[in-house]
Design a protein around this ligand. Structure first.
Ligand SMILES: [Zn+2]
Length: 427
């Protein structure tokens, strides 16, 4: 299951354009000996990935380059470094970016250096998409910053939905079930923004932007992507609409709104909403944000992440029949050795007897596996290892196999390098 908020933040790093202060205020726990793999278009940096994985990533970067270059009718004018970290915990320690990197940051592209910095994620598909997404930003930056009549200032004229939506559209394509869910919800609630209103951050730029581009580029052609970006950068969206699409912004917005409704309304017509079951957890008895539920095998308990207690997002455990919250199973205050939960890649898993709950957290630059006794919320074990991001892949397995895999893993948690483990358990 994809999670509502945390998957959303694949960011571009505009604030990093103004200057670099390497390593400032960022804890680093490990030293990485980077080596470079040169490809026709990229310098690919990494410290310990297996050569075949690195070759695979290099080919992927070249493929994306070919695709983006053709779609945007542009070639990057500078050499392009891509820095791969082996996992998110190690990515968070990067000193290539000055600001802090949160759990929800999928990757970062630096404008001035055309440099992509990202982790290898828990699935090839996600790594592929994040890489493609960040490389769209590398093209966007290069087009705007290298343009005759555009500059750094032009970036401020371009709404985020144009930038992020383009990166999502060019990597996910026109149809994406997750985005479609957002759009059906917008129509159900009669909350379809105009293109101008879409600049309001309450309309999540990745999802609305992807749909807007699917519709506009689908109607007018992909050749509108680049001119709309450039012309909007010069004088704003009104000018961009006229130059790239030949219509004014109101008309363009009508095309978007009508197109969206025409596409999705048939799916919703005559469909009555009737909830199955009952609401267990909502803002009435928990936080506004309640995500990553994991049901215990005996059906008694459900764990979930929530910002219920305001100060941080914690792991709670509730009665799965009544929704009554039994206890806070883990919090960053209580478990002070944890820097964060790895909510992006794992929601945790139960032991077969429903007495223990295991989840992945970040601690001192590493993924660690935390095992909690649910009776008292005490930590039974912290296991440090790079390999626990694969817990997520276990979720797709039947319960018996999952616990078997987990048991194997716990017996010898660092016997294999990350990628081999992923391949072994994820296949
Ligand atoms: Zn982005």
């Amino acid at each position: 299951m994809r999670k509502l908020i945390f998957l959303l933040a694949i960011v571009i790093s505009v604030q990093d354009l103004s200057g670099q202060y390497f390593g400032r205020n960022k804890p680093r726990y490990q030293h990485f000996n980077f080596e470079v793999l040169e490809t026709p278009r990229f310098d690919i940096y990494n410290y310990s990935l297996e050569p075949e994985i690195l070759t695979f990533l290099a080919k992927d970067a070249e493929l994306w380059y070919a695709y983006h270059s053709q779609t945007l009718d542009h070639d990057l004018t500078t050499l392009n470094p891509i820095i791969f970290y082996n996992n998110h915990a190690e990515f968070q320690q990067t000193n290539a970016i000055s600001g802090g990197i949160g759990v929800g940051t999928g990757g970062v592209t630096e404008g001035l250096k055309n440099r992509v910095v990202m982790p290898v994620t828990f699935s090839n598909q996600q790594t592929h998409q994040v890489l493609g997404h960040e490389l769209v930003h590398a093209f966007q930056f290069n087009i705007i910053l290298g343009g005759d009549s555009t500059s750094m200032k032009s970036l401020a004229n371009i709404p985020l939905w144009v930038i992020e939506g383009m990166a999502e559209y060019m990597t996910l394509g026109r149809e994406d079930p997750y985005t479609a869910m957002w759009m059906r919800n917008a129509i159900l609630n009669d909350n379809v923004p105009t293109l101008e209103q879409m600049a309001n951050p309450k309309y999540f730029p990745y999802r609305y932007g992807q749909t807007a581009w699917a519709l506009l580029a689908g109607t007018f052609g992909d050749h509108t992507l680049k001119p709309f970006l450039v012309e909007t950068g010069k004088y704003g969206m009104e000018y961009g609409a006229l130059q790239a699409f030949g219509v004014n912004l109101d008309n363009l917005s009508n095309i978007w709104e009508t197109g969206l409704r025409t596409h999705f309304e048939p799916y919703l017509r005559d469909q009555k909403e009737s909830d199955i079951g009952k609401t267990l957890l909502s803002s009435k008895n928990s936080g506004k944000l309640n995500v990553s539920p994991a049901l215990s095998p005996n059906g008694r308990w459900v764990t979930f992440l929530s910002e219920k207690d305001l100060f941080s997002t914690d792991i709670f455990m509730a009665d799965a029949r009544t929704g009554k919250i039994e206890r806070k199973l883990s919090s960053l205050v209580k478990d002070s050795d944890l820097d964060n939960f790895n909510v992006l890649e794992s929601s945790g898993t139960w032991s077969p007897n429903s007495r223990q709950f295991a989840f992945v957290g970040f601690s001192k630059g590493q993924n660690i596996l935390v095992i909690k006794d649910i009776k008292n919320g005490k930590t039974k074990k912290n296991i440090e290892s790079r390999v626990f991001v694969l817990l997520l892949t276990l979720h797709g397995l039947p319960m018996e196999k999952r616990s078997l895999s987990l048991a194997l893993l716990m017996e010898n948690p660092i016997s294999m390098p990350l990628i081999s483990e992923q391949r072994k358990y994820g296949s």
